[in-house]
Ligand binder design. Structure first.
Ligand code: NAD
Length: 475
């Protein structure tokens, strides 16, 4: 049975005002369930419960016990992997094979932070006046975790696991389009031994409960992943009482291919660097810069590889791209494509709906875009890529960095010095060389400029869920 209620203090609850959010399967356009939408009063209950559990139970639990519980959460996630994957796929149209990988990633994140608890240390510092000086990393209290719909389960785990590991309690708000796996995570974590109240799940509309989460005095940190616009709003609200924030926001990431690279390998790998998850990926490499001498070869191979991508029913194992999450999300992508067409740009592939039912859109390749074009500058969050040639490394780098975003970047070259020189100059938080991977559980993930503030994953995330205290002992 699909759980559709708030998960508060170890139990399922209807929202206090009875409001519901219908959930649509993007592949069929059918509403398949309705989820309770938390009210501001429910958020208050969630925060109060989380604060009590923080003070009475979680903050002072021994590291060994906390470790055991979080390892157990990972185990329970794995035991329920298929159920979680099916729910995620149905809820957001994600291909089932990707959904399985993402649930397994969530379990790995819990394992990583379960293990980190007993390796997370302060320092001893030789201060000038003598005596003994040391630092403690202490939990903050209640953390609000607000997550988007594009990778609902893993991003929830990126926030919940390190926050709990560091000794905080969490109020998790999933996106209104994708609440189902978050609700189940709340229940599974509780079954695995996370005390009632330590992980509260409040599905609901950001416009209704977002402000309450970002302004409540007991919330000590807001950890947000979503659009730059809402991230900026949350930072403004949090500034009122100087709440800590971490923000993982939008992107318009470059993929840079130098002429000396293995062009066949780069072209084979690059389509899924932008089209995976139907382009609804903050790391999507949607601006491709290809050195002119390799441009024609790269584009030809890129188009050929794109044609091989299997677009279709997300329930099938072979499917690589499902529909977009909603009619609205597809309409936004189509508007970008139409704008490019009107400006006389070449749509070298795609641009059409491959099926009359479901929010599908073909992977779309735009050639001839200018740096001033909207489709080149703004995040589409759909399966649309622009490819442009470049002649000069300096000029290319200026264009790469002439973006308000700075999340991910890839570069392809066999010249090590160039790879290191260019990596230093790119204004992005995450760079991969001769690869497109951006996310490693063990390494920091986050953006420069308007792509965000603070880091998810790695030990950097765990630090971000603590306050640093210095203690001096006179001798
Ligand atoms: P969004 O900002 O609309 O929503 C994100 C979350 O914020 C949702 O839970 C939503 O309900 C909530 N929200 C909406 N209004 C709110 C408000 N006023 N106060 C508080 N919360 C509010 O973004 P989205 O459409 O869900 O996700 C797409 C965006 O997320 C893209 O821009 C994408 O690049 C970004 N994203 C970034 C990363 C990253 O790690 N940098 C990862 C995934 C997605």
């Amino acid at each position: 049975m699909t759980e559709t209620k708030l998960f508060l203090n170890g139990d399922f609850k209807n929202s206090s005002d009875g409001k519901l959010i219908p959930q649509t399967n993007p592949a069929t356009e059918q509403v398949f369930c309705e989820v309770s939408a938390a009210s501001v009063a429910d958020v208050q209950v969630a925060i109060d419960g989380a604060q009590q559990t923080f003070e009475r139970e979680w903050r002072d639990l021994s590291p060994r016990k906390r470790t055991d519980i979080l390892f157990n959460v990972a185990k329970v996630i794995r035991e329920n992997l298929e159920t979680l994957a099916q729910l995620e796929s149905q809820n957001v149209g994600k291909p089932i094979s990707d959904a399985r990988d993402e649930i397994a990633l969530g379990a790995r994140v819990f394992e990583y932070y379960a293990g980190a608890i007993t390796k997370f240390c302060g320092q001893t510092i030789p201060v000038a006046r003598g005596g003994f000086d040391f630092t403690l990393r202490q939990p903050m209290g209640v953390v609000a975790a607000i997550v988007p719909w594009n990778f609902p389960f893993p991003i929830a785990c990126w926030k919940v696991a390190p926050a709990l590991a560091a000794g905080n309690t969490v109020v998790l708000k999933p996106a209104s389009q994708s609440p189902l796996t978050a609700i189940l995570l709340g229940q599974l974590a509780y079954q695995a031994g996370v005390p009632a109240g330590a992980l509260q799940v409040v599905p609901g509309q950001g416009s209704v409960i977002g402000d309450a989460l970002a302004t409540h005095p007991l919330i000590r940190k807001v950890s947000f992943t979503g659009s730059t616009e809402i991230g900026s709003r949350i930072m403004g609200l949090a500034a009122r009482d100087l709440k800590r924030v971490s923000l993982e926001l939008g992107g318009k990431s470059p993929n840079i291919v130098f002429g000396d690279a293995d062009i066949a390998q780069a072209a084979a790998s690059s389509p899924m660097s932008v089209f995976a998850n139907t382009g609804q990926d903050c790391c999507a490499r949607s601006r491709m810069f290809v050195e002119r001498r390799a441009f024609d070869q790269f584009v030809e191979l890129f188009i050929a590889e794109t044609k091989k991508i299997v677009v279709g029913d997300p329930a099938l194992d072979a499917t690589q791209l499902g529909p977009l999450v909603s009619a609205n999300q597809r309409a936004v992508a189509e508007e970008f494509i139409e704008g490019a067409r009107k400006a006389g740009r070449v749509i070298a592939h795609g641009g059409q709906r491959p099926s009359p039912k479901g929010f599908y859109l073909q992977p779309t390749i735009v050639l001839g875009a200018e740096p001033t074009d909207r489709v080149w500058q703004e995040e589409v969050f759909g399966p649309v890529v622009c490819i442009r040639p470049f002649d000069d490394e300096e000029q290319m780098l200026r264009e790469v960095n002439a973006s308000r975003y700075g999340l991910s970047a890839s570069l392809w070259t066999n010249d090590l010095k160039r790879a290191l020189r260019v990596s230093r100059r790119i204004e992005s938080g995450v760079i991969s060389i001769n690869s497109h991977s951006s996310v490693h559980v063990e390494a920091p993930f986050g953006g420069f400029k308007q792509s965000g503030l603070g880091r998810d994953l790695g030990m950097a995330a765990m630090e971000g869920y603590t306050e640093l205290k210095n203690i001096y002992v006179a001798e």
